[in-house]
Ligand binder design. Structure first.
Ligand SMILES: NC(=O)c1ccc[n+]([C@@H]2O[C@H](COP(=O)([O-])OP(=O)(O)OC[C@H]3O[C@@H](n4cnc5c(N)ncnc54)[C@H](O)[C@@H]3O)[C@@H](O)[C@H]2O)c1
Length: 352
């Protein structure tokens, strides 16, 4: 039986990862979710497993060094999967300090606490995986032929990306300096259930369902490489179990789309999925698109080369964009209460 510490498990990818673990590992797993429940942490994402005996929750702020050490000391852990972060680029442009506090200092606290615990135990089979981003590599030209590989030098643009790059390098430095059993995955933009509607895809869906304008930065031609969250979770788990410590693995599915294309696809999908007699349907048109001034330092293109994780670990995309976006739009339509509780802020009160 293995015990996983998942940080940031109340967020978008973390909550999907915990569900993935509980589905995949049967009774052979215990999951401890460490999360501060910032505005991005939503207990509703875990409501269905709250009473699962394999799952427990600890509320703590990674920037609180003493709390982190106490939690790690009190819980023997086999695997750490570190998601917790401030994750929204726009917020990092407004207030970088909170990104340094959580993403850099918080990661350093976690590394020190886990390193201390694992030094005193038989640590050979223990693993620490840091969930990083392709944004550490900076941006690619709009040429359709260049891709981020694991060797691409770091060149982050936003304060968010810089804070992730700092933590990513710190994790690797702990491996090189102390032999700490850590590895890193760098993934492209995720989409799927449970994503907070400040992010592009859920913002489009929730605004469109309310007949509200859909803001689109600049000319809308920026390109992102979209990855269905469940495919990402599977890649993380494969890297954790079978990847090599001290290595990084890019995870991405060759799903490049321009932002404007994404909006058009979602509008079309919503119109296909909503019943003919649904009043919202007629208001969901491209008229909702509202061009707004471009994000400062907006990266032109991200695109991942996932050959290493494919070749070495046998990971491949299972959910292609057409299927994934349909599942995602359906999830937001069918989870109106989840959306309402996020939009009116009641998700931050004790869950119902
Ligand atoms: N979403 C993406 O497309 C994407 C792409 C690449 C990498 N990533 C990385 O994956 C990870 C998860 O992303 P996400 O989209 O699920 O993020 P999210 O914003 O949805 O969730 C972040 C979670 O971390 C928690 N958290 C924040 N500060 C904390 C602190 N100080 N202490 C403890 N918990 C804290 C929040 O409460 C929340 O539950 C992040 O590290 C992010 O950088 C995300």
């Amino acid at each position: 039986m293995k015990t996983y510490l998942v940080t940031g498990g109340a967020g978008f990818i973390g909550s999907n990862f915990i569900h993935y673990l509980l589905e995949e590992c049967g009774n052979d797993v215990r999951v401890i979710n460490l999360d501060a429940l910032t505005y991005a942490g939503n207990p509703d994402n875990l409501k269905d497993i709250e009473k699962d005996p394999r799952y427990s929750f600890v509320q703590a702020d990674l920037a609180d060094r003493e709390a982190v050490f106490n939690i790690i000391k009190a819980n023997p852990i086999d695997y750490v999967v570190h998601f917790a972060a401030e994750s929204h680029v726009d917020n990092s442009i407004k207030d970088p300090a909170v990104f340094i506090r959580t993403n850099v200092l918080g990661t350093n606290n976690l590394l020190d606490a886990v390193k201390e615990a694992w030094e005193t135990e038989a640590a050979k089979t223990k693993r620490f995986l840091y969930v990083s981003t392709d944004e550490v590599y900076g941006m690619l030209p709009d040429d359709g032929v260049s891709f981020f590989t694991e060797e691409t030098p770091f060149n982050p643009s936003s304060p968010y990306a810089a804070s992730k790059a700092a933590a990513d390098m710190l994790v690797m430095a702990y491996h090189k300096t102390y032999g700490f059993p850590a590895l890193v995955t760098n993934c492209s933009n995720n989409y799927g259930p449970n994503q907070f509607p400040e992010k592009f895809i859920p913002l489009i869906i929730t605004n469109a369902l309310k007949g509200k304008k859909i803001p689109l930065y600049g000319s809308g031609t920026n390109i992102r490489d979209w990855l269905f969250v469940k495919d990402h979770c599977r890649g993380i788990h494969m890297a954790l179990l079978n990847g090599k410590c001290g290595e990084r693995y890019n995870i991405g599915g060759h799903n490049e789309k321009r932002n404007i294309e994404i909006i058009k696809i979602i509008i079309k999908t919503l119109r296909e999925l909503l019943p003919e007699n649904d009043e919202r349907r007629s208001k969901i048109t491209e008229e909702l698109i509202e061009y707004v001034p471009d994000r400062k330092g907006h990266d032109v293109r991200y695109a991942i080369n996932p050959d290493k994780i494919k070749k070495e670990l046998g990971w491949e995309v299972e959910t292609h964009f057409e299927e994934g976006i349909k599942k995602t739009v359906e999830w937001y339509i069918n989870n109106a209460e989840w959306c309402e509780r996020v939009l009116d802020g009641s998700y931050r009160e004790k869950s119902t």
